[in-house]
Design a protein around this ligand. Structure first.
Ligand code: PRP
Ligand code: ZN
Length: 288
């Protein structure tokens, strides 16, 4: 056993590639993982273990892995003594109740008395309880989407990401039970030794800066000097914008980091206020 922090990642699944991509953006040197169960990060005191996603919460709880990346759906379903250290913003999907195209399901009350197949009985039952609905829950570990056509269940409750699986099985999503994304989890039972805590806090700092950078853009534009106040009033900047002189002394360049999703809401106002040569650039990393 080395003193490296052990991170569990889903082996061959929806979250595998994006989990490794996040780690690479954090500056970790990770080799091609294909078919391997275990790889060390070349330049960081961390080992990556590839495990079945359903097993990750329990392994983290028991200290087989120190931390793990799983879907929030698995985290919630497994009810282990683990906690979310950070929401990771990728692998977004929803847990939906879906019905065969030909049956009608208008109101959530129409679920009453039905049979629902799912791999998420814990989450589903708590949803049904909250909605005060009596329905029979059948737990299946996989291929839930074929349950209605086999006559095993009236409805299903499963993860929907692109919607392809539902479409291929002539099912329609009707009610949302839960919105999920990838999360980083740690044990609440096992406390980490000081050395691993330091590695984890370094990793968290890097992850947070990558996530902030992903949600931010670098905005650049030229403006007439006279409209500086107006323009800075429009920009939803994370910090005060940078203002630079240009060769043309009636003009200024303004640079600012803005939340990515705000750009299209302000671009017309910027143009009306006289901004020109507007550029929006991605940010690779950002330390706050
Ligand atoms: C879910 C779900 C479907 C698929 C839906 O499985 O059970 O099979 O994803 O995705 P789509 O809407 O893009 O077609 P998941 O990836 O969670 O894998 P697992 O249950 O086998 O671990
Ligand atoms: Zn799984």
């Amino acid at each position: 056993m080395n003193g490296n922090l052990k991170l569990a990642v889903q082996s061959k699944g929806r979250l595998t590639d994006k989990s490794l991509e996040l780690l690479k953006h954090c500056g970790l040197d990770i080799e091609d993982y294909s078919e391997r169960l275990f790889i060390p990060a070349g330049n960081f005191s961390m080992d990556i273990l590839f495990l079945r996603d359903d097993d990750i919460p329990e392994y983290v709880q028991d200290g087989v892995a120190d931390i793990g990346i799983v879907g929030e759906n698995i985290f919630l379903e497994k009810q282990t003594q683990t906690k979310i250290l950070e929401k990771l913003g990728f692998g977004r999907c929803s847990l939906l109740i879906a019905h065969p195209e030909k049956t009608k399901l208008k109101d959530v009350k129409d679920i009453e008395g039905k049979t629902i197949a799912t791999s998420y009985p814990v989450i589903l039952k708590s949803f049904l309880k909250k909605e005060k609905i009596n329905a029979k829950v059948i737990e299946l570990s996989g291929s839930v989407e074929i349950a209605p056509s086999l006559g095993v269940a009236d409805l299903i409750c499963d993860i929907v990401s692109s919607g392809n699986t539902l479409m291929q099985n002539k099912l329609k999503g009707s009610f949302k039970v839960f919105d999920s994304q990838a999360v980083l989890i740690g044990s609440v039972k096992n406390s980490l030794p000081e050395t691993k805590r330091k590695i984890l806090s370094d990793l968290l700092l890097r992850i947070r800066s990558v996530l902030t950078a992903r949600n931010s853009k670098y905005l650049m534009m030229n403006i007439p000097k006279s409209s500086l106040n107006k323009i800075t009033g429009i920009i939803p900047s994370l910090k005060s914008p940078t203002v630079l002189n240009l060769a043309d002394d009636k003009m200024l360049a303004v640079h600012a980091v803005i939340p990515s999703d705000k750009f299209w809401a302000i671009v017309d106002d910027l143009k009306t206020a006289g901004a020109s040569g507007i550029l929006l650039l991605p940010i690779e990393n950002m330390i706050l």
